[in-house]
Design a protein around this ligand. Structure first.
Ligand SMILES: Cc1cc2nc3c(=O)[nH]c(=O)nc-3n(C[C@H](O)[C@H](O)[C@H](O)COP(=O)(O)OP(=O)(O)OC[C@H]3O[C@@H](n4cnc5c(N)ncnc54)[C@H](O)[C@@H]3O)c2cc1C
Length: 426
């Protein structure tokens, strides 16, 4: 079906004047891909619609949310199959029914784009990135050819390994993913905490987190004030005592709280409590995700640099946040997926916001994002393309920082499987 409009959760996407929406992948749609009839390019894809990239002025969007909702759990193999329009909320609800879990991110609102772009979860230190848990991928290459690929083993042929590597972390440039089969983990209780911190307390907490066991993970936001959050997944009673020690040691202030939850979708959301007067519906933003290793003895300098950036932020809803990787995310070789920054322990991201329609405010915010990237590059040299920006001048630079030495081979894959550039450019 072809319709004129749709509702996207992302404010910016919602305000775009799009050409129209495709909701089916039928022979007519495949014909458009095969014969290079998508105009203008690229075709935008909407999985969950939470990023600004699912719609663009004058462009067509393929919206998977209505017709790609199938979700099936295999209770023997403990695997789950999801179609391309399934949200992380539905994924976790389904796995929970069977006492299983999946490393979803800080918000369950996101769609399959979360998994395809890497998928950094507070549980990733224990279970790897979301892409590390994919077993099978089905979809349509940008050239209109259908495919179904299985996770290759050591002896797999080179071409299959290359395609798998491309799709795990760089799928949005190569293909439309219609379904995934994923491995799941035993559902276990999760304890969490949250507290406001001073900048020196944040530095202290980061230093501690760099030594935590893989069951523990830190995330924080710095805007009007600093708020830090932690989670700890419990396997044994012993773990509970380790968790108790950990929360006894961390710096905390008056608003410190702890909580227990039955699954990862219920963790506390990052919230900049200082924002009072803004209607979130009128705020637009761009987000740039960085990646870098353990900060070790550079933590205080890094925190001071962030403090300076926060002082110069363009609006009260612009902020810098971070989440933790490490543990199992570091165990994978850089050859198996397009997420090549396997030495990363931190993913800080910079959110620059402005009021809808404020062209000057937008430019000031984009400049601040760029300046912040420059200031933090020495600590966090990589980029996590959870949000990509083909419409901004730094796109080439972000692609280079995301894929580094893998980029030339990725471009070869792109020229084979999306030769007409139907999907976003590399
Ligand atoms: C509140 C919030 C919290 C977040 N927390 C985390 C986090 O903890 N960890 C993390 O890693 N990321 C996180 N993100 C980033 C998020 O995972 C990415 O922005 C992701 O791309 C969103 O996917 P989506 O399907 O919801 O969005 P969409 O806007 O629908 O899709 C984003 C892009 O993904 C690609 N895409 C989507 N579906 C397909 C498909 N079927 N085939 C091919 N390409 C596709 C397209 O290029 C599309 O433009 C968060 C985002 C938000 C808004």
């Amino acid at each position: 079906m072809l319709i004129k409009n749709s509702i996207f959760p992302n404010n910016q996407a919602q305000e775009k004047k799009i050409a129209g929406i495709y909701e089916d992948i039928n022979p007519g749609f495949i014909n458009l891909l095969r014969n290079d009839l998508v105009n203008p390019k690229p075709l935008m894809i909407c999985g969950g619609g939470t990023s600004s990239m699912c719609a663009a002025d004058g462009h067509w969007t393929l919206d998977l949310r209505r017709n790609f909702q199938e979700i099936k759990f295999d209770n023997v193999k403990k695997e789950i199959s999801i179609e391309g329009g399934v949200s992380m909320q539905r994924l976790i609800e389904k796995t929970s029914e069977f006492n299983r879990s999946f490393p979803i991110g800080l918000s369950a609102e996101t769609g399959i784009g979360y998994i395809l772009t890497g998928g950094i979860s507070p549980l990733s230190r224990k279970y790897g990135l979301a892409i590390d848990n994919i077993l099978e991928i089905s979809g349509i290459w940008g050239n209109g050819e259908k495919f179904k690929l299985f996770k290759p083993n050591e002896k797999g042929n080179k071409n299959e390994k290359l395609k798998w590597k491309g799709l795990c972390g760089a799928a949005p440039f190569l293909a439309i993913i219609t379904s995934l089969r994923l491995q799941t983990q035993q559902l276990k209780p999760i304890c969490g905490w949250e507290t406001s911190l001073s900048s020196s307390q944040l530095a202290e907490t980061i230093a501690m987190a760099e030594e935590w066991p893989n069951s523990a993970s830190l995330y924080w936001i710095w805007g009007n004030n600093i708020k830090a959050y932690g989670v700890y997944e419990l396997d044994t009673l012993e773990d509970f005592y380790t968790y108790q020690d950990l929360i006894n040691q961390i710096p905390k202030t008056n608003d410190f709280i702890t909580y227990n939850i039955e699954n990862i979708s219920r963790i506390r959301k990052l919230k900049d409590s200082g924002i009072i007067n803004k209607s979130l519906n009128t705020q637009h933003s761009e987000v740039l995700g960085l990646l870098g290793p353990k900060t070790n003895n550079k933590i205080s300098i890094m925190v001071k640099d962030i403090e300076k950036l926060i002082k110069s932020r363009p609006s009260e809803s612009s902020f810098i946040s971070s989440q933790q990787l490490g543990g199992l995310t570091m165990n994978k070789g850089i050859d198996s997926t397009s997420f090549i920054h396997r030495d990363s322990m931190w993913k800080p991201w910079i959110t620059g916001s402005w009021d809808s329609g404020d062209i000057q405010g937008r430019q000031i915010s984009l400049n601040w994002i760029e300046d912040s990237w420059e200031a933090l590059k020495s600590f966090f040299p990589g980029v996590h393309l959870a949000q990509m920006h083909p419409h901004l001048k730094w796109h080439r630079q972000e692609i280079n920082a995301a894929f580094k030495n893998w980029l030339p081979e990725l471009k070869v894959l792109k020229s084979n499987y999306d030769p007409k550039g139907i999907l976003p450019p590399l």
